[in-house]
Design a protein around this ligand. Structure first.
Ligand code: MTE
Length: 307
């Protein structure tokens, strides 16, 4: 029998919210007709809720309530000045069909339909810590797949050392874009080893349902050991590159936002301490963890200077 040794980031069951509580909540929501209708893909199987691997289902800290994680957002294309307002500004945003262009140093540059990709790569649910550079933090169950699975399928050339992400630009659907003179669309990047790390996820779901628009529908990145701005939402283009790509926040303020942006409690932001974080929605303070708690798995990729 094959026994899989859980990776250390997989949060143990004993530290979990009891499953009965979770399921009761789901039963109540289903009875009330409040749960999203699962979409169909693959061989007609519903995508959500995705198979929760035992190891990824539950967090060490209490899971952030669904309403809080989906009601307190940074999505500047909708509102550069508000967080609680974002969810009320997304109605016009069209997320289907959704195509992702793959470009640069790759075997075959081409455009993929997201639904087709989701037929090829199975989804799974994982609970991750998530930490914004502004200090607020949450613990949520993302549904998605390792970015490495997609990269392997795309076959980048050996000269591809970095990956660049571009997010959607639709000023007529995204009211914040006309409000702030930012260098839209939002762009981000990772080094190839970071992109290939098994923790790095492409996310299409949240709380066992398709991810809400305000959280980055229909597909976003999640890199849990970095500040949240390294996790771009609503991705429309992936480019493989030989050199370090420019990033949105670094271009806006290079003194405050570096390329790596790994969570480091001892390195303060120029305008505030990063020694503690605040859990939404209570804003309870907790100590910030090195690499957001994922040090054991990711520190080996760095020489200790990449913050
Ligand atoms: N992606 C896009 N396209 N636009 C954004 O404004 N904000 C980033 C990141 N991805 C942002 C984005 C920041 S600053 C954070 S903290 C997270 O998304 C917030 O994700 P959440 O709203 O799902 O918590």
């Amino acid at each position: 029998m094959l026994i899989r040794k859980p990776e250390g980031w997989e949060i143990p069951e004993r530290e979990a919210t009891p499953e009965s509580v979770y399921w009761n909540r789901r039963q109540i929501l289903r009875a009330a007709g409040l749960m999203a209708v699962p979409s169909l893909a693959g061989q007609g199987k519903p995508l959500y809720p995705a198979a929760k691997s035992e190891e990824f289902t539950v967090p060490a800290a209490p899971i952030t309530p669904d309403w809080a994680a989906t009601g307190y957002n940074n999505y500047y294309e909708f509102d550069p000045n508000g967080k609680e307002t974002v969810k009320d500004l997304v109605d016009k945003f069209v997320i289907s069909p959704w195509r992702i262009e793959v470009a640069g140093l790759v075997k075959e540059p081409q455009t993929y339909d997201l639904d087709d990709l989701l037929k090829k790569i199975p989804l799974q649910e994982r609970v991750y810590r998530f930490r914004c550079v502004e200090r607020w933090a949450m613990v949520v169950p993302w549904t998605g797949f390792p970015l490495s699975a997609l990269i392997k399928m795309l076959e980048p050339k050996p000269t591809a050392k970095y990956i660049k992400f571009l997010t959607v630009s639709r000023p007529n659907e995204m009211p914040g874009m006309k409000k702030a003179p930012y260098p839209w669309p939002y762009f981000e990047g990772l080094r190839m080893d970071e992109a290939m790390h098994p923790l790095t996820m492409m996310v299409t779901g949240l709380y066992g349902k398709p991810i809400p628009k305000q959280n980055g529908a229909p597909v976003r990145l999640i890199v849990p050991w970095k500040y949240g701005y390294k996790s771009p939402k609503s991705i429309v283009r992936i480019e493989f590159a030989s050199g370090e790509p420019p990033t949105f926040w670094n271009r806006l303020n290079s003194g405050e936002y570096g390329f790596y942006s790994n969570v480091e409690p001892k390195k303060p932001h120029p305008r505030w301490s990063q020694a503690y974080e605040q859990m939404i929605p209570t804003m309870e303070r907790r100590p910030t963890l090195q690499y957001n708690g994922y040090e054991k798995f990711v520190a080996g990729m760095y020489n200790g200077k990449e913050f």
